[in-house]
Design a protein around this ligand. Structure first.
Ligand code: NAI
Length: 355
């Protein structure tokens, strides 16, 4: 099978880590029978400064017509508002209807402070405040800024579905015995229809097992019909009372972060729609380390694996994850954000050797 991959480095260290991602794809073991072709595409603030648009039509058209998936580095945003500029990745997610932002957060022996973390945050990409319908009006006591927070039934259905499927897939992969729960961080409130709509919709998805947020332990007196986070029929009551192991968290675009495992340089993401996926490290363009050759490529390498997972190449993904875990556990080649002295190239070479 040959996959055509769009490469969008963007700005700053995006241009240092995306080539590392490409090398990983080119170096996969031949036994996997996977081949890749690549197309270089533009987006970002520098593209905006050169061409007047942060996301050229050519980039979107090529992704839609030619590519099976893509890798996106990072983009810089100006610190003050620049007329005509808006984030190309937010626009790209909308144009390709990549409605889920999937963010696995995992410690390994090499980057854990003792307590292991292994969970997936599943963030809705297309609505909530990302609809960007905002305005400033004159109120009785001065200016008031307001924004639309939109939560639709349809988007809630599909984001809950994908979170449920990820939990099930992880359960199969790890052969864990209890049903792995999906949790949602909102507290249900009858006065907040946006929060309660998503919770209610999420709770009725047939394949998702929803649990209450940690701050609101379930009361045994609540009946299923009055509990927006009540469980689906696939989970036994006792398993839903247990908040461990937490594995998949479904949230809107406002919540869901990745600060749990030590460095932004470790955490991958994938923007996923039906039949297309863009791997994207969670970090930004990191101007403070740009050009020093020390940006951590692990977030991008894991994003490559995540993209492959959603393109149906789980075997290849598993081999990349294992090579990265080997690098972190050995702790011989770590970049400075991880307390090491290695360069981007040395970390990449170590992962390639393990692959
Ligand atoms: P940042 O993620 O670029 O950097 C935060 C800190 O983490 C910095 O100290 C940086 O050196 C470090 N860091 C990030 N990635 C690293 C890596 N791979 N290896 C080693 N260290 C790493 O966030 P910041 O500084 O808030 O934003 C910088 C620029 O990036 C801004 O213009 C911002 O708008 C943009 N940004 C873009 C994002 C995207 O494209 N998805 C996401 C976040 C910020």
């Amino acid at each position: 099978r040959t996959l055509r991959i769009g490469l969008i480095p963007g700005d700053g260290i995006g241009r240092e880590v995306i080539p590392a991602g490409r090398r990983i794809l080119e170096s996969l073991p031949s036994s996997l029978n996977l081949k890749f072709s690549f197309v270089d595409l533009d987006a970002g603030y520098e593209t905006f400064q050169k061409t007047g648009t942060a996301l050229p039509d050519k980039t979107v058209d090529t992704l839609k017509k030619e590519c099976d998936g893509a890798l996106f580095g990072a983009v810089s945003s100006p610190s003050t508002k620049v007329a005509g500029y808006s984030s190309p990745i937010v626009a790209l997610r909308k144009k390709l209807d990549l409605y889920a932002n999937v963010r696995p957060v995992k410690t390994t022996a090499g980057n854990s402070n003792g307590k292991p973390i292994d969970l997936v945050i599943v963030r809705e990409n297309t609505e909530d405040l990302y609809v960007k319908e905002e305005r400033t009006i004159e109120g009785p006591n001065g200016k008031v800024a307001e924004a639309i927070k939109r939560i639709s039934e349809n988007a809630s259905f599909r984001i809950s579905n994908i979170a449920g499927e990820i939990a099930l897939r992880r359960q199969n992969i790890r052969a864990a015995s209890p049903p792995l729960p999906v949790t949602s961080p909102w507290s249900p409130s009858p006065t907040s229809p946006t929060c309660s709509l998503r919770l209610t919709v999420s709770s009725v998805r047939p394949r998702a097992v929803l649990l209450p947020p940690r701050s609101s332990p379930p009361s045994s007196s609540r009946s299923r019909s009055s509990t927006p986070w009540s469980t689906s029929s696939s989970a036994s009551p006792s398993s839903t009372m247990s908040l461990s192991p937490l594995t998949s968290t479904v949230t809107s675009s406002l919540t869901g972060c990745c600060c749990l495992v030590g460095s932004l340089g470790l955490v991958p993401s994938a923007n996923v729609g039906d039949g297309f996926a863009i791997g994207e490290p969670c970090h930004g363009s990191a101007p403070d380390i740009e050009g020093k050759g020390i940006s951590n490529p692990i977030a991008t390498i894991r994003s490559v694996a995540l993209m492959l997972e959603f393109l149906g190449e789980e075997k290849a993904a598993a081999q990349i994850y294992a090579a990265v875990d080997g690098n972190l556990d050995a702790a011989q080649f770590l970049t400075p954000d991880m307390g090491g002295k290695a360069t981007t190239q040395q970390v990449l070479d170590d992962v390639l050797k393990r692959l």
